[in-house]
Write a protein that binds this ligand. Structure first.
Ligand SMILES: *Cc1c(COP(=O)(O)O)cnc(C)c1O
Length: 461
């Protein structure tokens, strides 16, 4: 599975630069303490390498910036809308395209119509905004990832796949009339950016046909997924990534996308559907909350840049660089002895902090301790995906930890060079040297929901 490793060169040169500020460790200690040891509360000016998320943090190309200048801001029937509409129809094969301000707006519209009390949605893994929008309608969201993929170390090509056998069981259990939709998330964000195979989506199509259940593709990273199929699934070696994506999208009944990922723009979303009746209902909701059908939640210039981004993302050289540069970081970390989720996914490297910081008990948040150390040592901003994010309390107020204590290093698109990544690797040498001296953290403030965004912590001495 490991594609041959050569010196990785970025397939672009730099035309505009944004200076980065170098700060001292003393300064970073101070500002992190002021931020309650929560990296979401840092000022971005104090961050050197920002690996918090790959969402909306990418760099646009010169062509996209040129598109911004020619964006048509007409309320109805804008040329920029026609450009976007044509690109998305060609990509998805679906006749009805709705532009939204980001992915969750598309979700709110679609799942608001399909969902409701007593309904069930089944997915390989619902992304958190997907789950929230489904549960908001009163429906239930069930994840069924393959059992073997739950092992963070086993080397399998398509750990994002949905378990078809379990799916059949669930449909029988809940009754097909109660299953509102099956959502396949490609790549599977919440399970580490792991890809989904074409064979799996084809098998899913058959199940949906048999039971007459709509199939939704959450395709935020459809291009990255296509690259994995090209290099890992038999029969796709000679196809282009764009053709692979087109083939997959034609299997769906609807497609939702956060354009902040593979759309290569900083803001935007899409919803496309095959069924005319459903499209009318969706458009009615779009008009209420987003805007008229030919701009939704977007400015004309945003639609212009998105139309270009959706084409550029399938450039084979770009995709090779994208997937290999993420793998470069992950493979080098693993070679240093840092435990990482394996194999490396498309948009991020996940570190197993339970293993790396095994000396810190779970109720002292080992993942957050690593997040803090990476910031203090190197000005690197990352996110904890562990007990700070998902932990609950029992009746005695004792922490019920999350399944995993992961730290995510998400890679923005076309933003950092290999030397930035080499710098991150250097900082890990310091982390490995120091790790046994560290204690963990305790929470001093937390809100009732989504606590990781605004919680404050203090260091335990
Ligand atoms: C980011 C994301 C979303 C939500 O999109 P936003 O643009 O952040 O609203 C939905 N699904 C997946 C898989 C995502 O990665």
């Amino acid at each position: 599975m490991s594609e041959k490793m050569r010196t990785l060169t970025e397939p672009f040169k730099i035309k505009v630069v944004e200076p980065l500020r170098v700060t001292t460790e003393e300064y970073r200690k101070k500002v992190l303490q002021e931020a309650g040891y929560n990296t979401f509360l840092l000022h971005s000016k104090d961050v050197f390498i920002d690996l918090l998320t790959d969402s909306g943090t990418g760099a646009m190309s010169d062509k996209q910036w040129a598109g911004i200048m020619v964006g048509d801001e007409s309320y109805a029937g804008a040329k920029s809308w026609e450009n976007l509409d044509a690109v998305v129809k060609e990509l998805t094969g679906m006749p009805y395209v709705l532009p939204t301000h980001q992915g969750r707006a598309a979700e709110r519209i679609l799942y608001g119509i399909l969902g409701g009390k007593g309904k069930v949605f089944i997915s390989n893994t619902h992304f958190d905004t997907t789950r929230a929008n489904i549960e908001f309608t009163g429906a239930t969201a069930i994840d069924i990832i393959n059992e073997e993929a739950e092992d963070t170390e086993v080397d399998l090509p398509f750990k994002g796949n949905i378990d078809i056998e379990k799916l059949e069981e669930l449909i029988a259990q809940y009754g097909k009339e109660n299953v509102a939709a099956i959502i396949i998330t490609v790549t599977n964000n919440s399970s580490g950016g792991q890809p989904v195979s074409m064979a799996n989506v084809e098998a899913l199509r058959k199940v949906c046909n048999t039971h007459q259940i709509p199939m939704v593709i959450d395709g935020c990273r459809i291009a990255e997924n296509a690259y994995f199929i090209k290099h890992r699934e038999k029969g796709f070696e000679n196809k282009t990534c764009q053709d692979i994506a087109k083939q997959m999208l034609r299997l769906g009944d609807a497609f939702v996308m956060s354009a902040k990922k593979d759309g290569m723009v900083n803001m935007g979303g899409l919803l496309t559907v095959k069924d005319e009746e459903l499209s009318v209902k969706c458009k009615n909701l779009l008009i209420i909350s987003e805007g008229f059908t030919t701009y939704g939640g977007l400015a004309g210039r945003d639609m212009e840049a998105l139309a270009i981004g959706l084409t550029e993302v399938f450039d084979e050289d770009y995709l090779h660089y994208r997937i290999r540069s993420t793998a470069y970081l992950g493979e080098k970390l693993r070679a240093k002895g840092v435990p990482v989720v394996w194999p490396i996914g498309g948009h991020a490297v996940y570190i197993d902090a339970k293993k790396l910081y095994s000396h810190i008990p779970l109720h002292e948040y080992p993942g957050q301790a690593l997040v803090c150390d990476l910031y203090i040592k190197g000005g690197i901003r990352t996110a904890e995906i562990g007990s700070l994010m998902f932990g609950k309390y029992d009746e005695q107020g004792k922490l019920i930890p999350a399944t995993n204590e992961l730290v995510r290093l998400a890679i923005p698109r076309r933003v950092y060079t290999q030397s930035h990544i080499d710098y991150v690797l250097d900082i890990f040498d310091d982390i490995l040297e120091l790790k046994n001296q560290k204690r963990g953290y305790r929470i001093t403030y937390e809100p009732p929901f989504l606590r990781h965004f605004t919680a404050r912590l203090e260091k335990i001495d």
